[in-house]
Design a protein around this ligand. Structure first.
Ligand code: SF4
Length: 125
């Protein structure tokens, strides 16, 4: 793969350094602009296995509200986020829902669980 230089924003901390990243596909050749060494780790992960936390909602049957917020318990592979959102659109759980209740275990075989991020009582609770 040819050597290219891309601009990336490090999202590891609120400083948000702008990084100039020279790479050869997944191989990092050089990085400029990182204020600390965590920026280097961020770039290495972005090139080989980019991940993000995912937050969305799923439907609740018999709940005080029709939707409950959910999130991944750890960063999820970025290329599969739309696939995950599609899977979560088909899920409907029964109220009452407890915070941290697993909504989707081992999402798409990645080993990452999706959990409720708040309680959702039933209409009669
Ligand atoms: S390089 Fe370091 S200081 Fe800059 S955004 Fe990343 S973690 Fe923060």
């Amino acid at each position: 793969m040819p050597e290219t230089t891309d601009e990336m924003i490090c999202i590891t901390c609120p400083v948000g350094c702008t990084l100039q990243v020279t790479h050869n596909g997944e191989t990092l050749l050089h990085v400029d602009g990182n204020t600390c060494s965590r920026g280097l780790g961020y770039v290495e992960r972005e090139l080989t296995d980019p991940r993000r936390m995912v937050a969305t909602t799923v439907r609740v049957r018999g709940g005080l509200h029709p939707l409950v917020p959910v999130c991944t318990v750890e960063p999820f592979p970025k290329p599969r986020i739309f696939e995950l959102l599609g899977a979560l659109r088909h899920i409907e759980i029964e109220a009452p829902v407890k915070m941290n209740q697993v909504v989707l275990e081992d999402a798409l075989g990645t080993g990452v669980d999706v959990v409720a991020s708040r309680d959702m009582p039933g209409t009669g609770s």
